[in-house]
Write a protein that binds this ligand. Sequence first.
Ligand SMILES: NC(=O)C1=CN([C@@H]2O[C@H](COP(=O)(O)OP(=O)(O)OC[C@H]3O[C@@H](n4cnc5c(N)ncnc54)[C@H](OP(=O)(O)O)[C@@H]3O)[C@@H](O)[C@H]2O)C=CC1
Ligand SMILES: O=C1O[C@H](COP(=O)(O)O)[C@@H](O)[C@H](O)[C@H]1O
Length: 506
Amino acid sequence: MDTKNVLITIFGGTGDLAKRKLYPSLFRLYQKGNLSDNFAVIGTARRPWSDETYHEVVKESIASFQPSDKEAQDFASHFYYQSHNVKDTDHYDVLNNLSDRLDEKYDIQGNRIFYLAMSPNFFGTIVSRLKSQGMLDTKGYHRVIIEKPFGNDYQSATQLNDEINQVFSEEEIYRIDHYLGKEMIQNISAIRFANLIFESIWNNRYIDNIQISLAEEVGVEERGGYYDQSGALKDMVQNHILQMLSLLAMEPPVAFSEKEIRTEKIKALESIRMYSEEEVRNNFVRGQYVEGEIDNHSFKGYRDEENVDENSLTETFVAGKFLIDNFRWSGVPFYIRTGKHLTEKGTRINVVFKQVPVNVFKNSVTGPYEQKRLEPNVLTIYIQPTEGFSLTINGKEIGQGFQTDPIKLEHRNSADLIENTPEAYEKLLLDVLNGDGTNFTHWDEVAQSWRIVDRIRETWDKDQKTPPGYSAGTMGPKEAYQLLEKEDRHWIWEPDEWYRQRGLLK
Ligand SMILES: NC(=O)C1=CN([C@@H]2O[C@H](COP(=O)(O)OP(=O)(O)OC[C@H]3O[C@@H](n4cnc5c(N)ncnc54)[C@H](OP(=O)(O)O)[C@@H]3O)[C@@H](O)[C@H]2O)C=CC1
Ligand SMILES: O=C1O[C@H](COP(=O)(O)O)[C@@H](O)[C@H](O)[C@H]1O
């Protein structure tokens, strides 16, 4: 059986995700020969599009790759549109007939991938109909890709998981967290497990704290309706941030395999301290953007966004401290922050090492200078928009006397390289074609992440407080700085703009 022969049915085929991410990724896979000529895609949603309209939409979504007309047409010819309301059982019969016809036409051998790219409210209904209406009665493989959010809290996620498990086994379920497809997130394991210099000091004896920042320049855009029900905690922390944290904190797996990595990630998540309400209040802060300016564009406040409640208490920013109660990490804070309408787009990890036990330079003033205090060594992993690493170490300032000065050893992937690297969705789709679930989230990870996040959410819901405001274009409310300052630390990553506003940038 050739796994490249496949029928991919996309529920939500007219949606934003399908157009912006899925069709371009499928095109790249097609161009590279990762999809053979024996594939077909059915796009389905309610609006009554024809195949021709659908082909135009698909071609438009790949236009930035500048394919020739023939290449674009050849690719689009594999796409079929079926108007369908997922709540309507009869429509699955129509879909199944079309699937069977395409299976025969493209010699697909019964391999079926179902991509659920629509509101999670429908996931349970869709999977149960797939089974009841015979869409899984083929001899090939069956895989289901599920978009985030996987549930709205632990309880709803459990219910959803039970519904899906009645139809698909865990090995057939691919819960997408697109951050796991990003090049530099995948690189975390290489940095840790292929370099003795890091892994040997990757613990509480040498690391003072770890900082994970996911900053977005954009606001909620057209997704106000969804976002106002979700907020930054559920939108970014429950999934992307806790996944990154688990990769940074996990023990070395005995082999670099799906099973072993999962085992270690789950253990790491289970070691995160479950806070009491009081600890949540002390260790997590939120914010909500108010009007402000970025690059001379003014932006409205969150409460004025479309489909957002004018008295909304939803947070568009979260900063917090996680503690991991195991031998490796006891006492090392993992600070996290994420927010909309911050100074710039950027995802970074800063691993801040402890100071040397004695600063021998402290009293060695050999010139007319006062000795500066030693800066910590910092390993920075740049996830996006630039990709690479830097290591900040202390050296001697050039010249007379003896002053220490931080020096940055830097590596950034070139723009060409980044341009030619597969986009996260492309990589993850190829993983699904290959049946490799390493970069997808296992149910136990999802469940534990919800337990952690629910505890925070419940405390906030109880308090019913308006989140502190921050102006669009800044790095969040002052409470996010105080969180670290009260522990005599500071955020390592401060965009230039932050310094400029305070007149600190020369
Ligand atoms: N967009 C993004 O960047 C990201 C999205 N996601 C997730 O991906 C999923 C899809 O998001 P997105 O594409 O933005 O959402 P959209 O609102 O753009 O798309 C929703 C899709 O569902 C279809 N739909 C809605 N109701 C029905 C119904 N009753 N029967 C059949 N089809 C229906 C809509 O088409 P029609 O109106 O024609 O029926 C549309 O194709 C969500 O789970 C989201 O959280 C995750 C990460 C990023
Ligand atoms: O999952 C989500 O991620 C995006 C940010 O993704 P990125 O790849 O651009 O960093 C975020 O905008 C969105 O709100 C959230 O649902």
